[in-house]
Write a protein that binds this ligand. Structure first.
Ligand code: GDP
Length: 198
């Protein structure tokens, strides 16, 4: 296992985060959404792992419903096919809008993409960290993060879930909560692999 995948709606700051994580500068942020259809691989040099940036899902202006659906299918297929190689997933959300978006899209028949993705990764036993980005725009920090726990079926308070819920501000390079959460999963995984090996 040597791969960490990043998933999230478009415009949550995934490219910005990717640049912070990898130190690579060749990401063009704010580009036309939906252009990135193929997974992009980047090294996390200090840990010897690879980050895979998957296309953004959900609503994008100028992208029709069929294309959006095809993008989501591609993402799901990629994760299913590579689940054995995936150490962890980072589900990036926009802390400013995530609760409103989830609540607006929750009906009797359907659940929102972010929540669906979280449960999907859990079903595949892929350890997942939710990177709650743009925290610089959130005033009621604890309340917001507790609400998010509630929507994801995690019992609040969020501080009990520091290996799952990682508040960050990617734009300012404030991503230590995510790095710590990822490291905890990597070490856990290394231990499991060692036990399997022994
Ligand atoms: P992507 O579509 O998910 O790859 O999102 P981008 O990385 O292109 O970012 C989308 C927009 O969000 C850009 O205008 C970024 O400058 C902005 N953004 C990214 N991270 C942050 C953050 O931590 N705080 C704030 N306020 N804005 C951010």
């Amino acid at each position: 296992r040597d791969e960490i995948v990043l998933v999230g709606r478009s415009n949550v700051g995934k490219s910005t985060l990717m640049r912070e994580l990898t130190g690579h500068d060749k990401f063009t942020t704010g580009k036309k959404p939906g252009v990135t259809r193929k997974p992009n691989h980047f090294d996390w040099s200090s840990e010897g792992f690879m980050f895979t940036d998957l296309p953004g899902f959900g609503f994008m202006s100028g992208v029709n419903a069929d294309t959006r659906e095809a993008i989501k299918t591609d993402i799901v297929r990629y994760i299913e096919e590579n689940a054995d190689d995936i150490l962890a997933a980072v589900l990036v959300v926009d802390g400013k809008s995530v609760i409103d978006i989830i609540d607006r899209h929750t009906t009797d028949e359907s659940i929102p993409h972010d929540v669906e993705m979280f449960f999907f990764l859990d079903e595949l036993d892929v350890p997942t960290v939710v990177a709650v980005n743009k925290m610089d725009k959130v005033d009621d920090r604890d309340e917001r993060l507790n609400d998010l726990c509630d929507r994801l079926g995690l019992f609040p308070p969020w501080k009990q879930w520091r290996n799952v819920i990682a508040p960050i501000t990617a734009k300012r390079g404030d991503i230590s909560a995510l790095e710590e959460a990822l490291r905890s999963h990597l070490h856990e995984q290394a231990r499991d692999d060692l036990f399997t090996f022994l």
